[in-house]
Design a protein. Structure first.
Length: 94
């Protein structure tokens, strides 16, 4: 999968969360998952599960907490590094 597509996938998932939290933010690379998006651990794990299913990847156990991936750019880079080329679920729906 192309990096922009991975990033689009992550952005779409996060926008659903932001809409649910009624936040009006523009997602930037330096957007902080906890401080800016107010993601809690349950929401983060839901995001991880969705990404794993959609992109056919597995997060390492030490990345299942938000302390390792603090910004959107951290999350992008981690997921891009884990994503095999061309293996995505194109059936994503908001």
């Amino acid at each position: 999968m192309e990096p922009d597509n991975v990033r689009d996938c992550i952005r779409k998932l996060l926008m659903v969360q932001i809409r649910n939290l009624d936040l009006q933010l523009e997602l930037q690379d330096d957007t902080r998952l906890i401080d800016d998006l107010h993601l809690d651990s349950v929401t983060y794990i839901g995001l991880v599960i969705s990404l794993e299913e959609m992109l056919h990847i597995r997060f390492d156990e030490d990345h299942l907490t938000m302390q390792k991936l603090t910004t959107l750019l951290d999350l992008y880079r981690y997921v891009e590094a884990k994503t095999p080329q061309g293996q995505t679920d194109n059936n994503y729906r908001e």
